[in-house]
Design a protein around this ligand. Structure first.
Ligand SMILES: [Ca+2]
Ligand SMILES: [Ca+2]
Length: 423
């Protein structure tokens, strides 16, 4: 019998030792050979200059398991599919007001799909439970948040004097007890350029975007969510509760259903203000029900704000001015109230309600709102144009990537926006 051991002149014990030696070398290789230094997340140092990078759902879930990192900087570098995390499997980031997330999470305009949590916990449910820092440039698509407790939002349960900018939760479902919002459950922070859609339901202080606005502002934001609850139910915000809390330059178009303090924009303006905002969704309830606001208390103010008396089904409101649908789609109705149609709002006269300028997709060239065949015709007429630049507005926007010519790379961007923003 001829074997390698025999060929090397080794008797059996020697061969066994040779095998062990080989195994030992393999083990040594595993232990000591050039493995990269252990990197947290997908790299980065957690600083502003070098944020921790998040590329996978697992890395996203690791943040919540690392409270020591909740004061660090993070940046999302890919879209995430969170559908593997169901029930209470996801580690919520920021668990209380004494242990909030007070770092910075920059989504870099990426989207998180199918974030889901079902929980019996008492407070602070969302992708982030409690935030005192900042979350920005992050989209949640089809989030599912089913909580028995309070302070529940798809993105943030409680925004505790932090900031949320350019974030959205679209096409999902959020439900819980009190302080329930499509994006943020309870907010004492600043919210800019954010939006929500889908369905939102709860008991008290239920809003399409924010359940309870306890302080600070919601500005240049909107909600299309369908909202239902019992008390203090609003298309955008359930209740504004503090002198300093205000809803400004914002709108809501989703349907709102509740028992008392029910409004198309805000259920109840207890303190604080609603200013230069509108609503157009259907509103129904039993007591203190209004097209724009269900009820405005002595310390609350509503100014230069409007609602659609036809689509809301409500001829009266706790505050604001009622208008017909035709009037609500006429720009002068709003400019008469001092609204800014240069840098804040825009509208397709006679076609759509006003929308916020930041909402317009890059390739929505022509009315009506949204990227459709009319915009495609505009784009196609400029096909293969050359010499695009600042002088001609990058060939009136058709050179979307600013390369100087209108070509296939612009068409790819156009196609990516197809039907975006259609009302
Ligand atoms: Ca259009
Ligand atoms: Ca181009």
């Amino acid at each position: 019998m001829y074997s390698l051991g025999n060929a090397l002149g080794l008797s059996w014990p020697c061969r066994r030792n040779a095998v062990l030696a080989t195994l030992s070398l393999a083990v040594l290789g595993v232990c000591f050979f050039p493995f990269p230094a252990y990197a947290k997340y997908d790299g980065g140092a957690g600083t502003e200059a070098s944020p921790y990078l998040i590329r996978t759902a697992r890395q996203m879930n690791d943040i919540g398991a690392s409270p020591g990192d909740w004061n660090k900087h993070f940046r999302l570098v890919a879209d995430l599919d969170m559908s593997n995390y169901t029930g209470a499997a996801y580690n919520i980031i920021g668990t209380s007001t004494t242990q909030p997330f007070n770092g910075v999470f920059d989504g870099s305009y990426h989207e998180i799909f199918d974030f889901s949590v079902t929980t019996t916990q008492e407070f602070y449910t969302g992708l982030f439970g409690c935030v005192s820092g900042e979350v920005r440039n992050l989209g949640l698509v089809k989030p599912f948040v089913l909580a028995q407790g309070s302070r529940v939002g798809a993105l943030v349960g409680y925004l505790d004097y932090g900031q949320v900018t350019s974030c959205y939760a679209r096409g999902g479902r959020v439900s819980g007890a009190d302080d329930i919002g499509g994006l943020i459950g309870r907010s004492a922070g600043r919210i800019f350029k954010s939006d929500s859609s889908g369905t939102v339901s709860g008991e008290a202080f239920v809003g399409g975007l924010v359940g309870l606005l306890a302080d600070e502002t919601v500005t240049t934001s909107y909600s299309k969510a369908e909202v239902s609850g019992n008390r203090n139910v609003g298309g955008l915000v359930g209740k504004t509760a503090d002198e300093q809390s205000a809803v400004t330059h914002s709108y809501a178009t989703g349907s709102v259903t509740g028992d008392s303090y029910v409004g198309g924009l805000v259920g109840q303006v207890e303190r604080g203000a609603a200013h230069r905002s509108y609503s157009a969704g259907s509103v129904s309830g039993n007591q203190y029900v209004g097209g724009l606001t269900g009820y405005v208390r002595v310390l609350g103010r509503v100014s230069n704000s409007l609602w659609d008396t036809e689509t809301s089904g409500q001829p009266t409101s706790g505050g604001g001015t009622g208008k017909t649908t035709a009037e609500m789609q006429t720009i002068s109705t709003f400019t008469d109230q001092g609204w800014d149609f240069w840098s804040t709002w825009t509208a397709c006269e006679g076609m759509n309600y006003p929308i916020l300028l930041w909402q317009i997709p890059a390739t929505d060239y022509r009315c009506p709102d949204g990227v459709d065949y009319i915009d495609f015709a505009f784009f196609a007429q400029r096909w293969h144009r050359q010499g695009c630049g600042p002088g001609n507005g990058n060939c009136e926007g058709a050179d979307v990537d600013g390369s100087g010519t209108v070509d296939f790379s612009d068409f790819e961007i156009f196609a990516a926006h197809w039907l975006e923003g259609v009302q």
